[in-house]
Design a binder for this molecule. Structure first.
Ligand SMILES: Nc1nc2c(ncn2[C@@H]2O[C@H](COP(=O)(O)OP(=O)(O)OP(=O)(O)O)[C@@H](O)[C@H]2O)c(=O)[nH]1
Ligand SMILES: [Mg+2]
Length: 402
């Protein structure tokens, strides 16, 4: 399962966002360092299911399908807050980042209303620049990665300069646990103009830039411009966008309230919707009515949605560019060997081939790959055929599936 890390300055709404995404109740409070240990939960990527197009009733196994909407599980990890100097032990330090080593994307939550200072203490709205907070997080993440490289840097330099090894191999060994691939390292070395044969010439700042680049390639960030229900947050959103970040304006608190109200049957609301419907207004207290009216006026009408579902969808489908693909065993009945129709959907990196899909299902299926069938066209696809979003594919292999 894909993993998303929720990180950011202290007191920006990370745990509220986590709770809104997963419905796991966690501690939320208006002071820094409320969260001291990462929280782990499951949320979903929301895509249109192909069941409607094929006119079938599906029985999803690795995902859910509700009224033609496929929900693909994604693990989310809510981290404690970060402040400047965390790599040197300030605040709660950075130890907890070890929990997000395998994350494919990071959501950096910031307070678009500018109502928390650099250390996360509440201040007058509009008095703090959220761009500073995102930069701080990027820098602290770079220190975290640079710290891992530095631990072994002398040995790496000797090995490379004595030609026993290459910089790409050494760094790949060191950083594979962070999801940093050799291609990320090659690309970073190239774009920073680093001489891969003389690593000992690199200064501290250059190492930090290398770490920054490696993070950007291996764990892209999406900025959650939170608290957009607060007056004046447009300015913060604008500042973040003009600084060049991928930004989704959101209100984690509005989403949390709507999802809880939907759970209780008070409203009809599906994450990502532009509106909600009150089931029976006589069942609502005056306070509940007022809160829902505020969410409608300040969040949904102004911003189009709470932004929370968009965070996961944009991170996986746009920034990472993943493509959802439905593998089936029986190309006519669209089912697995137990008769489950459209049982699974896999998220594959862009450019994945039919054989990559086979390997992802099972290494034996990949090894024995003969060809694949595109269920829509019934055409045979070779191992190098690149898959596209929404493909329904049957793999024919010398190995039977287990
Ligand atoms: N107005 C508004 N307040 C919010 C929103 N999301 C969170 N908050 C408030 O922001 C404060 C901090 O929320 P948390 O979720 O605890 O923040 P955090 O980033 O997890 O904080 P730490 O764990 O201390 O780093 C709380 O008072 C929340 O109610 C939002 O969308 N709008
Ligand atoms: Mg928290």
């Amino acid at each position: 399962m894909e993993i998303t890390g929720i990180v950011g300055k202290a007191n920006t709404g990370k745990s509220t966002l986590f709770s809104a995404m997963t419905l796991v109740p966690v501690q939320v409070a208006n002071y820094p360092f409320t969260t001291i240990k990462p929280n782990v939960g499951i949320t979903h990527l929301r895509i249109d299911c192909v069941c409607r197009e094929f006119g079938v009733k599906d029985n999803p196994k690795n995902s859910l399908c509700i009224n033609g909407v496929r929900l693909v599980p994604i693990q989310v990890i809510d981290c404690p807050g970060i402040v400047r100097g965390a790599h040197a032990g300030r605040g709660l330090g950075l130890q907890f980042l070890d929990e997000i080593r395998q994350a494919s994307a990071l959501i950096v939550v910031c307070d678009a209303a500018g109502a928390t200072d650099a250390d996360g203490r509440p201040v007058e709205p509009g008095t703090h620049d959220p761009v500073e907070d995102v930069r701080m997080v990027e820098e602290e993440l770079a220190f975290w990665i640079a710290g891992m490289i530095e631990k072994d840097w002398r040995r790496i330099c000797r090995a490379v300069e004595n030609k026993q090894s290459t910089l790409v191999d050494e760094l790949s060994n060191k950083l594979s646990g962070l999801g940093i691939a050799p291609s990320h390292i090659e690309q970073s070395i190239l774009s920073l103009g680093i001489n891969p044969n003389a690593p000992s010439k690199l200064g501290k700042n250059e190492l930090l830039r290398l770490a920054m680049e490696l993070r950007a390639l291996s764990k892209p960030i999406l900025v959650a411009a939170n608290k957009v229900d607060i007056e004046g947050s447009e300015k913060g959103v604008e500042r973040l966008r003009s600084a060049g970040y991928n930004v989704i304006p959101c209100s984690a608190e509005a989403e949390r309230i709507l999802r809880m109200a939907a759970e209780k049957g008070l409203v009809r609301y599906t994450p990502g919707d532009p509106c909600f419907e009150i089931v029976d207004s006589s069942k609502l207290t005056p306070q509940q009515k007022k809160t829902l009216e505020m969410i409608e006026a300040r969040v949904l009408e102004r911003w189009g949605s709470t932004g929370v579902q968009q965070l996961i969808n944009v991170a996986y489908l746009e920034i990472l560019g993943y493509i959802p693909v439905y593998p089936v065993e029986d190309a006519d009945k669209l089912c697995d060997k137990h008769g489950n129709v459209l049982p699974d959907v896999y998220l594959l990196p862009k450019g994945s081939t039919a054989r990559d899909l086979a390997y992802k299902i099972h290494s034996e299926l990949g090894k024995g790959f003969l060809y694949a069938i595109d269920v829509r066209t019934k055409l045979r696809l070779g191992e190098k055929h690149q898959l596209k979003s929404g493909d329904v594919i049957s793999i024919i292999s010398t190995t039977k599936r287990g």
